[in-house]
Each structure stands twice: as C-alpha cells, then as structure tokens.
Ligand binder design. Structure first.
Ligand code: CAA
Length: 378
C-alpha cells in the first residue's frame, strides 16, 4: 500500500496549485458576485490540458487518470468552488463519451471537448425527475435517420454555455427506465433552446440552466451506446462524477482550513494570536482530521476506479463524507474568522455557500445513503 503521489502527480499538483493561485483566485470574488461564467478561465484550463485530463492523448486529452483529475479539481476548488464545478462537470460528458461512445464518436467529439475548447453539459435532471432519475419524461423518438427530442431538462450545469450536451431521453416510453437512451445534442441544433438561468446560493459562476427540446432533430449516429442503455450509462457516469464532486468538496475544505490557519496566526485578541486559544485549536484539529478522512476516501474511490474494481459504493461514501466535511469545515472556518468571516471582504462566506451544493448535486447525501446501504445490505 502506497499513500504517496508519484513524481508526475506531484508535478501536476504544483502546476494546478500555481494555476489556481494565479488564474482562479483573482476572479473568484467577482464571478461569484456577478454570477458570471469565467470563459477566460475555461480557455486557460483548456491550454493547461485540464479539460482533457484523464483522456488519452490520441483523443486530444492530456493523459492522466482519475487521481490526476482529483488533484487538479481539488487544487482549483481551494480557490474557487464554481471553477472547480465547471471542470468537474465538464469531465462527466467527456468520460461518458470515452467509456460508452463508439470509436467514431470518440474521434469526432473528444478532441473538440478536450484540447478544442468546446464546452459540455450532462442533461439528466427534469422538474419531476430529480433524485428519482428513472422517471425522465423527455423523449427522443426515431424518425427516419433522426431522433426527434422533446422535453425540458432543469438544473443543468453549463446548459446555457455548452456546445454539446449528452441528453438522457426515452427512445421507447413503453419500456420505462429500460427505454432511456443517451444522445449527443449539439446546442446549435434547431429546436434546442435555453430557458431559465437559475439565481443560485453558491457556485454562482458555474451557470445552471433549464434547457428545452422542441422537435430538436439529431442524426441517429448521435446515440451513445445502445437504445435502452441510457439509465445505466447515466448511473455509471455519475459513479465516476461523484468522485469529482468529492474532490471539489475536499478542495473547498482544504482551502478553508488554510485560510483559518493563516488568520489564526495573524489575528490578535486577548494579547495573543488566536491560534493560542485552545477552543480554536480544537476546531482546527477536528477540521484537519475530517479533511484527512475525506482525502483518503476520495483517492481510494479513484484508485478502485482506475484499477478496474467496483467503486459505486466507495464513490458514494467518498462524496457523502467529503461534502459533509466541506460544509462542516467551511462553517467552522467562518466561525474562526468571527465577524470578518461573515463579510464579503473574506472568502469564507462564499466557501460556505459553495460547499452546500456538494451535499445536493450529482446525488443528494440521502441518495448516497440509499446507494451505500443497498451495497452493504445486499
Ligand atoms: N451502475 C450500473 N448500473 C446501475 C447503477 C450503477 N451505479 N445503479 C443502478 N444501476 C442499474 C441497476 O442495476 C438496474 O439495472 P437492472 O434493471 O438491469 O437490474 C437499473 O440500473 C435500475 O436501478 P435501480 O432499480 O437501483 O434504480 P432506482 O430507480 O432505484 O434508482 C438511484 C437508483 C441510485 C436512486 C438513482 O435514481 C440515483 O442515483 N438517483 C440520483 C440521481 C442523481 O444523482 N442526479 C444528479 C443529476 S446529474 C447532476 O447533478 C449534473 C449536474 O449538472 C450537476
């Protein structure tokens, strides 16, 4: 058992840390305040190879695997939860095509969405199909050589900026969940439109949109996998994606601890730095211990995935634990900062808001408990 990073993982961590400090941190407050999508940062992440992380070089990726993906996402999340969310959710489309796409689809789409700078989204959720994802009502009915999509998806991260969306729709409504299929939709297709853009509590820059399909026709070649495989493709995609959200939560918690440690050493009350106060030392001890736990659960889930072992339960556990850790640690960090933590001059209140979503999206904590308990009880 080896808990150390390899030399190349250390290099990636250093590159991602410097990128986060130089390119991500300076924009974090402004893009949160204005709810502005950071196109310029996305383009820089493309240049650094982050959008193609865990994608083989022959498809335009930068190589790497889920461990390097976690390293990059968590380093970015230390400085900005929204930018980490953008990267993490972009990877869900990319990994879905990499795992389930035909060779033609991989050659066509992966270079575009890795080194090519195109943006993506993963469209599963609907107004009445949230946690109960199997009840998707959007349809994609074959008509000649084209699927005709009709329906509405909501809460789609990047839905309004994406160039390509993988849509989960029913190709045979009579078959229920076994009639769901995954279909690639270029967003410039007539019949695709963007509806409401959500005004969110946190990760405000990542953009969350309603997307609408009104007789939206795409070639039948855009089907990913086979008809009827859609729900499994979505579930397997989410298993991997949940490791990415665990990494986002881990980074937020680590960032909040770093902020707290430097503040506690500088802030003087009662004639000494507040780091000398035992009550706050105990906070730090709890925060650091929870982070350590979240870190190794997240890396272990990724290790299981890349070594080809089952990881559904471990990904759910990692995300459940890391997201609750992120909320706990960011709240504690705000408390350590006292009144200053509550003000927008410091990043703590943003970190608290950004952490909350990690307990909700890509499966709520309660859904993860369903997944974990089913695996444990059999
Ligand atoms: N891997 C492979 N197959 C799986 C699977 C997995 N992890 N989970 C389920 N399946 C298969 C089952 O084996 C079953 O197949 P068979 O019929 O062949 O046996 C089929 O899928 C149906 O499974 P269930 O009966 O377990 O399905 P369910 O209706 O009880 O739902 C659930 C299971 C875990 C609750 C699921 O609905 C779920 O994960 N819900 C949460 C949805 C979610 O995470 N949404 C997030 C949206 S995406 C997002 O947030 C992106 C964004 O933009 C931020």
């Amino acid at each position: 058992m080896d808990f150390n990073f390899s030399k190349s993982e250390e290099v990636i961590q250093k590159v991602a840390r410097e990128f986060a400090e130089k390119e991500v941190a300076p924009l974090a407050e402004e893009i949160d305040r204005d709810g502005r999508y950071p196109h310029e940062t996305f383009d820089k992440m493309v240049k650094c190879g982050f959008t193609g992380i865990a994608v083989p070089v022959e498809y335009g990726g930068s190589g790497g695997d889920d461990i390097t993906k976690i390293i990059v996402i968590s380093e970015i999340a230390k400085k900005c939860g929204a930018t980490a969310a953008i990267l993490s959710i972009h990877a869900v489309f990319v990994q879905t095509i990499l795992k389930f796409g035909s060779e033609e689809q991989k050659q066509k789409y992966l270079p575009l969405v890795t080194s090519g700078g195109k943006k993506t989204a993963f469209a599963l959720t609907e107004p009445n199909a949230g946690s109960d994802a199997a009840t998707v009502k959007t349809t994609a009915i074959l008509d000649g050589d084209e699927y005709v999509l009709n329906g509405t998806k909501c809460f789609i991260t990047g839905g309004n900026v994406a160039d390509y969306v993988v849509v989960f729709a029913s190709t045979d409504p009579s078959k229920g969940v076994k009639g769901l299929s995954a279909i690639i939709v270029p967003t410039n297709t007539p019949g695709f439109s963007v509806g409401k853009i959500e005004n969110k509590m946190g990760i405000r820059a990542s953009q969350t949109a309603e997307i609408i399909f009104d007789n939206c026709r795409v070639p039948k070649e855009n089907l990913v996998g086979k008809e009827g495989q859609g729900f499994k493709i979505a579930m397997i995609g989410l298993d991997g994606a949940r490791i990415g959200i665990a990494a986002q939560a881990l980074g937020l918690a680590e960032g909040a601890l770093e902020e707290s440690v430097s503040y506690m050493k500088e802030r003087v009350q009662f004639g000494k730095p507040i780091a000398a106060l035992q009550g706050l030392q105990w906070y730090v001890a709890e925060m650091a211990t929870k982070i350590e736990c979240a870190k190794w659960m997240t890396y272990r889930a990724a290790y299981l995935k890349i070594s080809g072992q089952p990881f559904t339960k471990e990904a759910a556990m990692a995300k459940l634990n890391a997201s609750e850790t992120a909320s706990f640690v960011t709240n504690r960090a705000l408390q350590i900062h006292g009144g200053y933590g509550y003000m927008k001059d410091y990043p703590l209140e943003r970190m608290v808001r950004d952490a909350k979503i990690t307990e909700i999206y890509e499966g709520t904590s309660e859904i993860h408990k369903v997944v974990i308990s089913r695996a444990v009880l059999g």
